[in-house]
Design a binder for this molecule. Structure first.
Ligand code: ZN
Length: 134
């Protein structure tokens, strides 16, 4: 079951360049920065109440975020829904004929299990499911 919007992913060329806007201008608090090697990205999580913004910076030219920036420029990259059972959520999506980018969840930012649905199946919105590990 989807429980809430967990975060919005935002592609940026440089987290260091973007943080003064989010922290200084908007006054959001950075909850942590990390590098996710499997996805070739660096992330920074900013709390906006219960929802986070996830800034995504590529660490290599082959990173999915590097390709996104090339095609679209910086901006909103994905929406992430929190779910209480990511495996069930993926099975349901598959059952509805939705194309999965990841059949098997992997460990993403903030040590959560995550998996993505293809935007061609989701009316143009790259969609992430995420579940806190217990
Ligand atoms: Zn995300």
């Amino acid at each position: 079951m989807i429980t809430k919007i967990d975060h919005l992913g935002i592609a940026v060329k440089s987290i260091d360049d973007a943080l003064p806007y989010y922290e200084g201008m908007l006054g959001l608090k950075c909850d942590g920065r990390e590098e996710i090697e499997s996805q070739q990205v660096r992330t920074a999580l900013l709390a906006a109440g219960d929802v986070h913004l996830e800034l995504l910076e590529p660490t290599s030219d082959e990173s999915p975020i590097a390709r996104f920036l090339e095609q679209h420029g910086p901006g909103i990259h994905h929406i992430a829904f929190a779910t209480d059972d990511i495996h069930d959520q993926l099975a349901q999506a598959k059952g509805h004929g939705v194309r999965l980018i990841h059949e098997v969840p992997f460990v993403g930012a903030a040590d959560k299990l995550v998996a993505f649905l293809h935007p061609k199946s989701t009316f143009g919105v790259l969609t992430e499911f995420c579940q806190a590990k217990h």
